[in-house]
Write a protein that binds this ligand. Structure first.
Ligand SMILES: Nc1nc2c(c(=O)[nH]1)N[C@H]1C(S)=C(S)[C@@H](COP(=O)(O)OP(=O)(O)OC[C@H]3O[C@@H](n4cnc5c(=O)[nH]c(N)nc54)[C@H](O)[C@@H]3O)O[C@H]1N2
Ligand SMILES: Nc1nc2c(c(=O)[nH]1)N[C@H]1C(S)=C(S)[C@@H](COP(=O)(O)OP(=O)(O)OC[C@H]3O[C@@H](n4cnc5c(=O)[nH]c(N)nc54)[C@H](O)[C@@H]3O)O[C@H]1N2
Ligand code: SF4
Ligand SMILES: [Mo]
Length: 739
């Protein structure tokens, strides 16, 4: 046995912790996975999920060969047959019924695979369907919408620079469990401790006293989906205290007066009853924020996946801007990826909105996507222009998207479905073909996306650990094979044209500095995604510019850096980064401000039949729905429980551990109750990603040990955040009663 040591980053969440693995490459065995003390970002830290990618690799139920459904059973077929059949069926359907008769859903694990990310645009453009849905609309979509309107591009989402902050206010995020999300930090607990060690403080506003809230100096309960009211009152306080200070953005912000007017009627007293936050608690929070040296206000899933996701996400930006905290050390800052995605320069882009609409409720697309909450109705709808075929790409919408059961029923009646996935689960059981990719130990990886939301700028390339199983395909190869056949070319031709497009773009933007020949010659050591990566690194912000800057970066240097390369703290990037007219920030986009009356109306609305509000919850051992077939993470006591406050349980005569009914507008489920004073009275919490109860799946550990119920069977698909179209998983009116 020859044991080798491999350094890589963990691919399971956005923290990208550095790992050291001991492996026997010949036997394809992992001996150990530990935190890498030398990693400049994570310094040895790992969480319980650091072993996850190894367990997925070893899982005997993982799909390893292409599967075709024959008489209701999946049978293995060759790749050639799978690629040919799938593309033939899709082409037939497109020819008969048009390109939009094929729908697509794109899921979260794609974001954890650097090479897949590079082939995502060709995939989306290759299908070119108006029925594109993504996990993003259950996630950061409102933040993209706001980024587009304020900063000129949806990808421009600033993150809190905790390492230099002295007052961190966290709303709708639980980073001690989620490991950070759009705050790209590693070991959030030590970052929060760091704030405290510097004499700073942490405040959390959340309807549950979360793990993060318990660690914080202050926790304030807030009623679900009332954050926008509280934040408007906060804005109002800033104006009434004459505390506006735009800092270095003073000369480039418009619309301040519009914001002042909009917030005028929302005093802390006016919003107190609706939000459940006493006026004095809010005033104190504002005082502490304004008197801190480097405060920052952060909002996440709880502020996105709710009825006022856009208004709330916008107000987070507004408050940071009004107090000079955007683009300032310790405030909200933009990361700068080595691959250059953050180098936004160039023409002002058209707002990618309303170029088409969903068929059933006429909802406008944004960034080429329709809300995932529209999937059920679009799949259900009959008529000549109905959806007939569907492609899922590493996603499990039956568990992840509102009214998942309706989506499952819709999938069941499709003419044709193909899933690019590695499990037979609640979604992929409906597919006619499952095309499984290699998994993380079998391919190299680079943290392409997560380097754009990191608290320190970094680049990290993880080597391939094991030779992929014989005759297997990487996700990007599957994409190339299907998309090329679908459009009448070959995988190689498509790959070349993708490369050419990238090179043309660089040559065009380089004002003669780089020629096509130079780029092609210098990058010729690599193929496919690695070649694109090399090119992007070389023309990125730290690049070697193909030799013009010999000390700069290229893929060879990045590959040689075992622990990746840390470029240090985030830098101030504004106004240069702005891709707006005249590089100015319009603080008050009309399309967002116009939604204020809907918010005002919500203050007087209550659902008497369903007086409790359901919110979500994450557990350290889950990753949405995709780690539940792993014994090491599934075992232990049931964690798919409904948390309720003792007073709400008592009023209903319910005891801890009871099985109870939870009734939402769209469905009623049975679930185990967990009584806990962590909950705000009137609020209940149920995690998502469970509901492994469908008969034809093949995830025996998930279905035996951790079936749970799907929160998204209760989440109403008719309710949307406006105007982004994000799904509303938090603040769902429910009633709970004994069985
Ligand atoms: N109620 C509620 N719903 C939510 C949320 C919530 O907070 N509350 N959160 C939302 C958020 S933030 C997200 S990101 C979404 C996630 O939504 P999805 O992305 O739809 O769901 P996942 O559970 O991540 O599904 C991952 C799928 O990818 C497959 N997969 C895993 N690894 C690989 C791989 O290497 N290759 C391939 N080909 N497939 C792979 C898995 O088998 C699984 O089918 O859920 C959202 N839904
Ligand atoms: N262990 C683990 N880690 C994960 C994931 C996972 O599934 N498991 N998923 C990953 C993904 S895909 C993402 S996008 C991130 C998400 O990262 P986070 O946003 O940090 O994740 P959550 O734990 O869902 O935190 C949402 C918080 O919002 C609160 N909340 C709900 N409704 C409201 C509201 O109306 N107002 C306010 N103020 N708060 C509210 C909830 O109580 C919860 O504490 O986590 C990532 N990391
Ligand atoms: S925090 Fe995220 S990146 Fe770090 S070990 Fe856990 S799952 Fe992996
Ligand atoms: Mo997410």
């Amino acid at each position: 046995m020859t044991i080798e040591t491999i350094h890589r980053s963990c691919p399971t969440c956005q923290a990208c912790c550095g790992l050291i693995m001991e492996v026997d490459r010949k036997e394809k065995k992992v001996i150990s996975i530990k935190g890498d003390d030398q990693d400049p970002r994570s310094k040895g830290y790992v969480c319980a999920k650091s072993q996850a990618f190894r367990y997925v690799y070893e899982d005997p139920e993982r799909v390893r060969r292409p599967l075709k459904k024959v008489n209701g059973e999946f049978v293995e077929v060759s790749w050639e047959q799978a690629f040919d059949d799938v593309s033939k069926r899709l082409i037939e359907i497109r020819e008969q019924h048009g390109k939009d008769s094929i729908g697509m859903y794109y899921g979260n694990p794609n974001a954890h695979n650097g090479h897949t990310m590079l082939y995502t645009m060709p995939l989306i453009q290759g299908f070119n369907t108006e029925r594109l849905f993504t996990a993003g609309s259950m996630d950061q979509l409102p933040q993209n919408f706001v980024g587009d309107l304020l900063y000129g591009q949806g990808a421009l989402v600033p993150i809190p620079d905790m390492a230099r902050s002295d007052f961190f206010v966290c709303m709708g995020g639980n980073p001690l469990v989620s490991e950070g999300s759009f705050m790209g930090g590693v070991n959030i607990k030590s970052m929060m401790q760091g704030i405290r060690d510097r004499g700073g403080k942490i405040a959390v506003l959340d309807p549950r006293r979360t793990e993060t809230a318990k660690f914080a100096d202050r926790h304030i309960f807030i009623k679900p989906a009332t954050d926008a009211l509280l934040l408007l009152a906060w804005v109002n306080e800033i104006f009434s205290r004459d505390a506006v200070n735009l800092g270095h953005l003073d000369h480039c912000v418009d619309g301040v007066d519009v914001v002042r007017e909009l917030a005028k009627k929302y005093t802390p007293e006016v919003v107190a009853e609706s939000t459940g936050v006493p006026a004095e608690a809010l005033r104190q929070l504002v005082t502490d924020f304004l008197s801190a040296e480097a405060p920052v206000l952060y909002g996440r899933i709880g502020l996105c996946s709710q009825a006022f996701g856009t208004l709330s996400s916008w107000l987070i930006q507004v408050i940071n801007i009004l107090t000079g905290r955007l683009d300032a050390p310790g405030g909200l800052m933009f990361s700068r990826a080595a691959t250059g995605q953050s180098e936004t320069g160039g023409d002002v882009l058209e707002f990618p909105y309303k170029r088409w609409q969903s068929r059933v409720r006429g909802f406008p697309e944004y960034m080429g996507m329709l809300p995932a909450s529209c999937m059920g109705e679009e799949l259900e709808c009959e008529g000549e222009d109905k959806i007939r075929a569907f492609v899922t790409v590493a996603g499990n919408p039956v568990l992840s998207v509102p009214n998942g059961k309706r989506i499952s029923d819709g999938f069941a009646k499709l003419d044709f479905m193909v899933s690019f996935d590695i499990y037979i689960n609640e979604t992929t059981q409906h597919a006619d073909y499952i095309l499984p990719s290699t998994v993380q130990l079998e391919h190299s990886n680079h943290d392409f996306l997560f380097a754009t939301i990191s608290q320190s700028n970094f680049v990290h390339y993880s080597p391939q650990t094991f030779e992929p199983a014989e005759d297997s395909r990487a996700q990007y190869q599957i994409i190339l094979e299907i998309v090329s056949r679908f459009n009448g070319s070959t995988a190689d031709e498509l790959d070349n044209s993708i490369l050419k497009e990238l090179v043309d773009q660089i040559v065009g933007g380089s004002e003669g500095a780089f020629s096509e020949e130079l780029i092609m010659e210098k990058s010729s050591a690599y193929t496919a995604g690695d070649r694109m990566l090399d090119i992007m690194l070389r023309v990125g912000p730290y690049g070697d510019y193909f030799g013009h800057n010999p000390d700069g970066l290229n893929l060879e240097k990045v590959m040689a850096a075992k622990q990746g390369i840390d470029f240090g703290p985030l830098q101030s990037m504004l106004p240069g980064l702005l891709r707006t007219e005249g590089q100015r920030i319009n603080l008050a986009p009309t399309i967002i401000c116009d939604d204020e009356p809907r918010l005002a109306k919500s203050m007087t609305q209550t659902d008497l039949k369903r007086p409790l509000l359901m919110i979500g919850r994450r557990n350290i051992r889950d990753m949405n729905s995709w780690l539940h077939n792993i014994n090491q993470y599934a075992r232990g006591k049931n964690r798919c429980t409904l948390m309720i406050h003792p007073d709400d349980a008592k009023a209903r005569n319910l005891n801890d551990g009871d099985r109870v009914k939870i009734e939402a507008r769209i469905r009623t489920h049975e679930v185990e109750l967990c009584i806990s004073d962590e909950m705000m009275p009137g609020v209940v919490s149920l995690p998502h990603g469970f509901g492994h109860v469908y008969a034809d799946t093949q995830q025996s550990i998930a279905s035996d040990k951790l079936p749970g119920v799907s929160a998204n069977d209760l989440v109403d698909d008719e309710v949307l955040d406006m105007p982004s179209g994000a799904g509303v998983a938090n603040g769902v009116p429910v009633q709970v009663y004994a069985i």
